[in-house]
Design a protein around this ligand. Structure first.
Ligand SMILES: C[S@@+](CC[C@H](N)C(=O)[O-])C[C@H]1O[C@@H](n2cnc3c(N)ncnc32)[C@H](O)[C@@H]1O
Length: 209
């Protein structure tokens, strides 16, 4: 048994609601690429520990991570979720309603970079960011998160091990190169404290100083 199988065995149980969300994604023939169960559980814990009232998610899919983030929100807290595909945002919203968070989420459709620019113009600020969309833009999303961050904000990135491709020197595809650059940036940026956890497909947790 690997370490991650042991961790998942102890902490990876999902309630019926989350299982139903995964099934709804399969039923609609959407990609089954929601966060892993243990990452979902950790997202709730991170939001709770931060005391976050404003959370921004980049990449909604069917709402699995959105529910996990919303479960950690402080009283009166809200989630803003950026998604390219209207059909995905629609399912995510449906699932968020089933989870009791329908009134606390604001979906912004379209290219995340465009939505981020708009949020910047609106003067929006956030306590927790969850980056889980196109890998080539992780650095751009990180730079936007720094601009929109309240002091002490957390910037969390999923899939930062890329199934092991980031530490395979032979692998230099576009997404791998982009995530390698992202990991190197957060590891050395003086403005933040960061750590990369080998849970799920790799989760980076960065705290803005
Ligand atoms: C890995 S999935 C997100 C999974 C979701 N966070 C979860 O765990 O429940 C990536 C999502 O990012 C969206 N996406 C990809 N590129 C995007 C872009 N440029 N702007 C906004 N959303 C994008 C995809 O449509 C997809 O729904």
């Amino acid at each position: 048994m690997s370490a991650i199988e042991y961790v998942r065995g102890l902490f990876g149980n999902e309630d019926q609601l989350l299982l139903d969300v995964r099934q709804s994604i399969v039923d609609r023939e959407m990609p089954a690429i929601s966060v892993s169960p243990e990452v979902g559980r950790y997202l709730t814990q991170l939001v709770k520990t931060n005391g976050a009232k404003k959370v921004l998610e980049i990449g909604a899919l069917g709402g699995y991570s959105g529910i996990c983030l919303a479960r950690g929100l402080a009283e009166g807290g809200t989630l803003t979720s950026l998604e390219l595909e209207a059909e995905y945002a629609e399912l995510a919203h449906e699932n968020m309603k089933k989870a009791g968070f329908g009134e606390q989420v604001d979906y912004r459709l379209g290219e995340a970079l465009t939505s981020l620019e708009k949020l910047g113009e609106e003067g929006a600020k956030f306590d927790v960011f969850f980056i889980d969309a196109d890998k080539v833009n992780y650095i751009n999303y990180y730079n936007w998160a720094l601009k929109l961050a309240n002091p002490g904000a957390l910037i969390v990135g999923d899939n930062v091990l890329q199934g092991g491709r980031v530490f395979d020197p032979e692998n230099n595809d576009e997404s791998t190169l982009a995530i390698r650059a992202f990991n190197e940036t957060i590891a050395t940026d003086d403005r933040v404290d960061s750590m990369l956890l080998p849970i799920g497909d790799g989760l980076s947790v960065t705290r803005v100083k």
